[in-house]
Every structure is written in C-alpha cells, then in structure tokens.
Design a binder for this molecule. Structure first.
Ligand SMILES: *Cc1c(COP(=O)(O)O)cnc(C)c1O
Length: 407
C-alpha cells in the first residue's frame, strides 16, 4: 500500500510542543535545512511515494501480517495480536526508514551514507539500503562492540559497507556517535548522516516517523478486516521510539484506542546506570541535537544507561514521545530484563515465534495488561526477530529455562 503521512506535527522549526528543534553547529544547519526542504518536496511527489511503496512490497515483503496469537491469548486472558515486523527483510522495522533515507540521499545527490551503530542492527539495515540504492556506506562502531557483535560486523562487510572503529574512551556507542558526527562535520556535502530512530535534529524525528508510519497504516486496515473494529490497546517498545511512533501514528486521533510505550527498566529502575527508562526516570534536556526527556548526569551529559536489549539502550527518546507523554495521549510503562526474558520464552514456546529481546518488552507488557483488562483486544508491534539474540539468551538464561548441555 501507499503510505499516507500525517502532516499535523511538528511545526516548521521541528517542535512537538516544547520538544524537538535543531541544536547543531551553524555550518551544519544550512545542510539540514536543505535536507528538510527536499524532503518536504519529495514526500508530496507521487513518483517518490510509488518508488518507496514498490520497495516496501517487493523488497521488504510488506504488508507484514497481523497474527492472532491464540495460545498466548488463552494463557493471559485477552485477545493478543502481533504486527509481524519481525518478518521484514533484515528482520526488523529499521529497514522501513533506512530505505526512505537512502532514496532521499540519492535525490539529494549524496554519495555516501554514514551512521553509527551499537549492536549493529541499524548498521546492517543501512548497509542493506546502501547496497540496493547504489551508495557508499560508512558505519562507525565502538571497538568493543565490534568484538562483541561479530556476525553483524561480517554482514556489513559482505554488504560492501566500511566498518570504522571508534577507539577512544569506552569504545562503545557513545564514542561511535562522536566519531560519526566528527566525520559528518568534515564533509556534510557528499555524505548524509542517516539517523537510526525518531531522534536527532529536525527533520529526522518527522522524517523517520513518516517512513515508519506504514506500520500503523497497514495495521489499521488489517485489524479492521480481521475484527471489524480497532484494537482496544496498542503496545510497542521504546528505545529511540521509531517502531512505536510507526504503529501509533495512524491511531493518534482515535481516542478509543489506548496506546502504550514500553521502556526498559533493566536490572534496577531505582539505580542510576542500571536501566534506560528515559521518560519514567528522566527529565527534559538537550543532547544529540534535540530537546526531549533524557537521562543525564549532574553536568547535563548523557548518563550511563543499561538494558538487556541493546536496541533500547539509549539515554534519550524521540521528541514526539515526550510530547505524547506530557499530553497523556500515550501511557509509558516499564518492563525489566527478567520480565522481557520470560516473555521471550513464552512467545517462543506458546506460538513458535522467537522475538527480538527489544520486542519481548512489548510482549511482556501485553501479558500484564491482558490480566488487568481481560477480554480486551491488544495489538503488539513485534518490532524484530530474535535470531540475533539466541546465543546470548542461551548462555545467560539457558539453565533457568531448562536448556542444558548444548555443547
Ligand atoms: C532498534 C530496535 C528497536 C528500538 O528502536 P526504536 O527506534 O525504539 O524502534 C526495537 N526493536 C528492534 C527489533 C530493534 O532492532
């Protein structure tokens, strides 16, 4: 299907209420303004829409189905449905915005896509889009993460991307962001920095939301067809917030639909550095080029954060989520590491679907909500599949879940 974009927010300066905006060096602002201008033009063009729709259908495999998880429903007492973003090419929702960004880059005459990656998921999705569209791709990654995430590093290399190690400081995601940003500043003309979620300076929170809104647009029609109504509740996990805003957008104007975003409360939500529950525990501030809720230290620098799901491990959140929190349109809740792992096994063993640990946070909250609202309908955005997580889960939690001696 074609995507129809919501044009309601943000305002011209990229603000969702008080959140968002663009806090970047002046020499970058001109480049960012050009990206905004071109994006606003092409999103109205039928040829661009058709090109993207074609790729979504024949390359990504959209529309992703909605599955009625009857075994899970029976166990927990409400009707639980899954929007199967895990079935997309490359295994998650990220390909939706990476393709959009790559097509835009091509229209802008850019030669190279650059980005940082933590666990490698955004890097793989962007390297995939770069290969398809025919652009160079540099992925900045901490040296420590390169050693830890070997399969994704190999994938990016096979896809033709350059993986560039960040070797300073703690050698993880934060340092990768520094390195990528530094490289971008050196040449913002032939390169474009492809942000991996609904974060960063304007226009990225708007643009990535628009690309991801295909999820909710499809889901609204599919759910109507299956049940002759809208879901009572929709749940998605929130790292930067792109899969959540993607499924929420089509339902924002329907007040009968309760929307829930799930943040990771990690090992201990009461202890700094042991969780990444940005909106539950953070406060408004400015980092990475935009204003939003964030977890910050006493100096206003990004705080150390932690989650068992590396894709949720981010100290800020998309500005539209901050706005949706303050206006009470979306309810934000927390799920711990242990609850997410329980849901990871529940979904695997009851439905034969191994979810990404990120997505398992949304499933875990669905199981809780089902007990609180028996008989209601719940649509979960299953943002990705768990192939990437199986070795880690078995090593760390195998014994606890009856998996022994696989060697
Ligand atoms: C990256 C990722 C997330 C978190 O990113 P959002 O921008 O919050 O959607 C969630 N699920 C999966 C499977 C991911 O790869």
């Amino acid at each position: 299907m074609k995507n129809s974009f919501s044009h309601a927010l943000p305002n011209k300066e990229g603000y969702f209420g008080e959140y968002g905006g663009s806090f970047i060096p002046p020499e970058l602002q001109a480049v960012m303004d050009e990206i905004t201008q071109t994006y606003l033009e092409i999103r109205e063009q039928p040829e661009f829409q058709a090109e993207l729709a074609e790729l979504y259908k024949h390359y990504v495999g959209r529309p992703s189905p909605i599955f009625h998880a009857k075994n899970l429903s029976e166990r927990f007492g409400a009707d639980i449905y899954l929007k199967r973003e895990d079935l997309n090419h490359t295994g998650a929702h990220k390909i939706n915005h990476c393709l959009g960004e790559a097509l835009l880059a091509k229209k802008l005459g850019k030669k190279k896509l650059i980005a940082e990656t933590g666990a490698g998921q955004h890097g793989v999705a962007l390297a995939t889009a770069a290969a398809l569209v025919g652009l160079e791709c540099d992925i900045y990654m901490g040296e420590v993460d390169i050693a830890k995430e070997h399969p994704n590093v190999v994938r990016m290399a096979i896809l033709g991307a350059n993986v560039i190690p960040a070797t300073h400081g703690r050698k993880t995601l934060k340092e990768a962001v520094d390195s990528a940003f530094e490289a971008y500043l050196k040449d913002p003309i032939s390169q474009i920095y492809c942000i991996g979620s609904v974060v960063g300076p304007h226009p990225f929170p708007m643009m990535v939301r628009d690309f991801q809104s295909i999820i909710g647009n499809e889901a609204k029609l599919q759910f109507q067809e299956m049940t002759h109504g809208a879901p009572d509740n929709i749940i998605a996990c929130v790292g930067g917030g792109s899969n959540a805003i993607g499924i929420f957008t089509a339902f924002l104007d329907d007040d009968a639909v309760n929307l829930y975003g799930v943040e990771p409360t990690g090992r201990n939500v009461e202890e700094d550095g042991e969780h990444a529950a940005t909106m539950l525990k953070g406060s408004p501030g400015t980092m990475h080029g935009f204003h939003s809720y964030m977890l910050q230290d006493d100096a206003g620098e990004p705080a150390q954060v932690y989650s068992v799901a590396s894709g949720l491990d981010y100290p800020s959140v998309g500005p539209q989520h901050s706005y949706l929190k303050d206006t009470d349109r979306v309810t934000y809740e927390g799920i711990s590491d242990d609850e997410a792992i329980q849901a990871f096994f529940d979904l695997s063993r009851l439905e034969g679907i191994i979810p990404a640990i990120e997505s398992a946070h949304a499933v875990a909250y669905a199981c809780k909500l089902a007990k609180a609202k028996p008989g209601s309908s719940i649509l979960v955005n299953l943002s990705g599949r768990g192939d990437k997580d199986i070795d880690f889960v078995v090593e760390k939690y195998g014994q606890q879940y009856g998996i022994n001696d696989l060697a």
